[in-house]
Design a protein around this ligand. Structure first.
Ligand code: MSP
Length: 536
């Protein structure tokens, strides 16, 4: 058998330099890896942006488990059910708030389940355990001397559930007064409420924000520090006469705890707070860029006041747009995630969200052509290579002719894939991690195409070996992204279920490789279609 000389170098792209690692995030530890999604408002149905937050967090949680299987993972999500926005949404539907929240909350839970999101707890802020945590936390703030009763006047946005100052609003083209940051309408409110002495924490906040890992991506840091520099006392309750759907202020039943304070405390409730806070601090709070201020300014200060450590990291992702506008119910440009998963399957949607939306600083425009193209790539690359490597016609030829032609680029690509994925994941370069996985498969397909193992006089052993290793290693590394499809793929390759760990995602080269054992293994492979043709 003669290999065409071009194969050894042309099959594979040169291995790119490894990114800087932030190993501490995923390295083995006795502290659980604790990661959270924001809890979702139940005023409207879930859309693809919500699914993005869920999938991104799930990918981090699954990666942590793959990387350090002994380390406990706590991954929490849930629904944010209090406040004026929800109170009004329930009223608009003529339903009592509790019933309304239970119904919409279930839709978020169904969404997470359908998308194979492996949360360990789903919290609803209407639960009694959460009331207990909020009341206790409030009392800690009071004890710290950071809370006082005063009057507050400002521009309130029901949609954003927050006050804005005079400097943070403007009049839009239609004459409405809106928040500059979000464009949402605001109304002037003057009321008595409880306030939190946020400026007391300015210096500590700034030094927390200054740690390299606290805010990711770094491009968000200047926004956060500018917010910190100008903080004022924070209104942390609303008169019950205005907002009756929420947790009453302990000892002051005429006031309701501000919905953002209530909601942020969910991250402690899930640990069993106040009885336990085992697992604290959070390793990564995943949030959309629209809510970073609450997580990276208000929340760390509240935690400091309550005597708890601030989060290790707040990770902000950009938005999915449709026609370049942020998806929103009022604009009517939302993508229904359930319909998308019905058509493409949950895992191709997960892959699409991470591959196209995984470069966290930039918005991504949801686009059906791009989604279809991503699906075709999955089918043509993963599906096709799997079919080739398990084709009885090719497998039966293994071992008969063996070339010893070196494929150094390919060896390097296989042996370094795991480290490159880890490097990218440690820096939250999710799109790049997806590309390492995909490139391994694409290069293996090219090798097979070039070596034509189906032809009578050509070697099948080497192309099948490399293609198998590419599928096996990328199948292991793809588990956080497509947990079900990856295991389907590894099952089809007859990879032992106990050999799908981080330690197994390696390649030590061809020496000692037993072609007949692989031939026997692949002859046991299962038929199937990994990414079937879509119904039109
Ligand atoms: N309830 C608050 C969070 C409280 S956490 C203590 C909230 N809820 S939300 O339902 O409005 O948003 C939940 C998450 O979905 C946020 O991270 C938000 O950024 C994200 N997304 C909402 N629309 C989005 C897109 N169009 N694209 C990507 N994510 C977006 O805020």
């Amino acid at each position: 058998m003669i290999l065409r000389s071009s194969i050894s170098t042309a099959c594979c792209r040169p291995v790119t330099r490894l990114p800087r690692k932030n190993l501490s995030l995923y390295s083995p530890s006795t502290k659980p890896f604790f990661v959270t999604t924001p809890i979702f408002y139940v005023n409207a149905s879930p859309h693809i942006g919500h699914l993005h937050s869920l999938v991104l967090t799930d990918v981090l949680a699954r990666f942590a488990k793959l990387r350090s299987p002994q380390r406990k993972v706590i991954f929490t999500t849930g629904t944010d059910e209090h406040g004026l926005k929800i109170q009004q949404a329930a009223k608009a539907q003529g339903v009592e708030e509790g019933e309304f929240c239970a119904r919409v909350s279930q839709r978020f839970r169904d969404l997470a389940d359908r998308a194979n999101v492996g949360y360990t707890d789903f919290i609803r802020t209407a639960e009694p355990r959460h009331y207990r945590a909020v009341e206790h936390f409030w009392n800690r703030l009071v004890e710290s001397g950071d809370v006082y009763k005063g009057t507050h006047s400002g521009w309130y946005s029901i949609s954003d559930e927050c006050f804005y100052s005079e400097k943070q609003i403007r009049q839009d083209e239609s004459g409405k007064i809106v928040a500059i940051e979000t464009g949402n309408e605001v109304v002037w409110e003057e009321e008595e409420n409880w306030k939190f002495r946020l400026p007391r924490y300015r210096e500590r906040l700034l030094s927390w924000a200054d740690r390299p890992e606290s805010i990711h991506p770094l491009s968000m840091k200047s926004f956060v520090t500018s917010q910190m520099a100008s903080v004022e006392d924070l209104s942390i309750s609303r008169p019950r006469s205005r907002v009756r759907w929420g947790v009453p202020v302990p000892g002051d039943p005429n006031q309701t705890i501000y919905v953002w304070v209530d909601a942020l405390i969910n991250y402690l409730t899930v640990l069993g707070y106040p009885a336990s806070a085992d697992g604290w601090p959070v390793d990564v709070h995943v949030v959309g860029k629209d809510i970073i201020k609450f997580h990276a300014v208000h929340w760390p200060a509240l935690l400091m006041s309550a005597g708890l450590e601030p989060p290790r990291q707040v990770l902000s992702h950009a938005h999915w747009t449709m026609g370049k506008f942020k998806m929103s119910k009022s604009r009517g440009n939302v993508v229904d995630p359930i319909a998308a998963m019905d058509k493409y399957g949950p895992e191709p949607i997960r892959w699409y969200l991470m591959r196209e939306g995984g470069s966290l600083p930039d918005d991504s425009d949801f686009n059906l052509d791009q989604l279809n193209a991503n699906y075709s790539v999955l089918a043509q690359q993963f599906g096709n290579l799997l079919n080739r490597v398990t084709s009885p016609k090719i497998v039966q030829k293994m071992g008969s002719i063996t070339s010893h032609h070196p494929l150094p680029d390919f060896d390097a690509a296989l042996s370094s894939a795991r480290d490159r994925v880890e490097g990218f994941m440690s820096n939250h370069q999710i799109t790049k991690a997806c590309e390492v996985i995909l490139n391994l498969i694409a290069d293996a397909n090219k090798l097979v195409t070039d070596m034509r193992p189906w032809e009578a006089n050509n070697d099948a052993t080497i192309p099948v070996l490399y293609a198998y290793q590419a599928l096996r290693i990328s199948g292991i590394l793809a588990q956080p992204f497509m947990p079900v499809k990856s295991s389907e793929m590894l099952d089809r390759l007859a990879v032992d279920p106990t050999q799908r760990t981080w330690n197994d995602a390696t390649w030590t080269g061809r020496s000692g490789f037993d072609a007949l054992a692989l031939k026997e293994q692949l002859s046991r492979s299962l038929p199937g279609s990994l990414f079937p043709r879509l119904n039109p």
